[in-house]
Ligand binder design. Structure first.
Ligand SMILES: O=C(O)CCC(=O)C(=O)O
Length: 299
């Protein structure tokens, strides 16, 4: 259960860190499955439905940006998502009816694994209301050198910033955009088993992993069941038929009941179109969209 203090911190800052949130036996299972998936990637030579490969990936040295949709790859990821240990932390923030929109496991490779440029998740997938958040489950210890998530306190109450480059959606805020207040960002570090929770409008990013081990961060994108995606967004629903969308919604309820009555709120929206050439992940959106990097001098 979240304390009143944690809830008010989330309301004020747009994020919180909860230490020791994952029960030890569950943490062990999540870690074992993740390490096996990384091991299995050795023979993979191209990006596919499961893996988003980092530069330099090879049979000898697996280097991944991401395991794309872990919930679709192994049942343990849904098991944790639906466990009381997690849902009791989220219900105070989203209510009792919660759907998972997507999951991803950012396994940022050691010694240089790709940064994630500054962005607001909402810029990718606006909904009818903004009762959405992302849970970041640390499956490895994450220190300052490992490319931790960094968040800008209070940014969830500020406008949606431009995530465009030359008129194309690039999934990143320009590092020189002073409205983003990037100098105010704080790092979210912690031991394996800690979780971060951030609001869908909170500005965040992360630097390259300069540590000795992969930085393992499992992310669940969760939504109040009555937050319906706006068509034209960049999301896991893109291209789904109406029937497939309905089945996906039902298969991915976290707790409570599905809703067919969208709750409409007056929230700022900038549609993420036209899309970049490769929108298959945030890494590809930012690189193919030509996002200017805040973390390196190369893009
Ligand atoms: O893995 C990270 O550091 C950030 C991931 C993120 O923000 C995202 O995938 O939307």
């Amino acid at each position: 259960m979240l304390s009143d203090q944690q809830k008010s911190d989330y309301d004020r800052d747009g994020f919180i860190l909860v230490e020791d949130a994952v029960p030890a036996d569950m943490l062990q299972q999540l870690q074992a499955v993740t390490l096996q998936l990384i091991e299995d990637s050795r023979t993979v030579q191209e990006n596919n439905d499961v893996y988003d490969l980092d530069i330099g990936h090879s049979i000898n040295t697996p280097r991944l940006n991401r395991i794309k949709t872990p919930h679709a790859v192994h049942s343990v990821f849904k098991e944790y998502m639906r466990s009381d240990a997690l849902t009791e932390l989220i219900k105070p923030l989203l209510g009792n009816n919660i759907r998972m929109n997507n999951s991803k496991l950012n396994t940022k490779a050691a010694q240089g694994g790709a940064p994630v440029e500054w962005h607001q998740d909402w810029s990718f997938y606006p909904h009818t209301n903004d009762d959405l958040l992302a849970v970041g489950v640390m499956l490895s210890d994450i220190g300052e050198e490992d490319g931790p998530l960094q968040m800008v306190p209070g940014s969830h109450k500020e406008p949606i910033l431009s995530h465009f480059n030359n008129g194309v959606f690039c999934g990143a805020i320009h590092p020189d955009d002073t409205a983003a207040r990037l100098d105010d960002a704080v790092s979210i570090t912690g031991k394996a088993g800690s979780i971060s929770i951030h609001h869908v409008r909170t500005t965040h990013g992360s630097a390259p992993n300069m540590g000795e081990n992969p930085r393992l961060l499992l992310l669940y994108e969760l939504a109040a069941a009555d937050a319906w995606p706006i068509s034209g967004a960049q999301s896991t629903f893109t291209g789904m038929t109406q029937q497939a969308l309905w089945e996906y919604f039902n298969d991915n309820m976290v707790c409570g009941k599905q809703s067919t009555i969208p709750r409409l709120r007056d929230v700022p929206v900038l549609m993420p179109v036209p899309p970049p050439q490769d929108a298959s992940s945030i890494f590809k959106t930012q690189s193919s969209g030509g996002a200017k990097s805040a973390f390196s001098s190369t893009t």
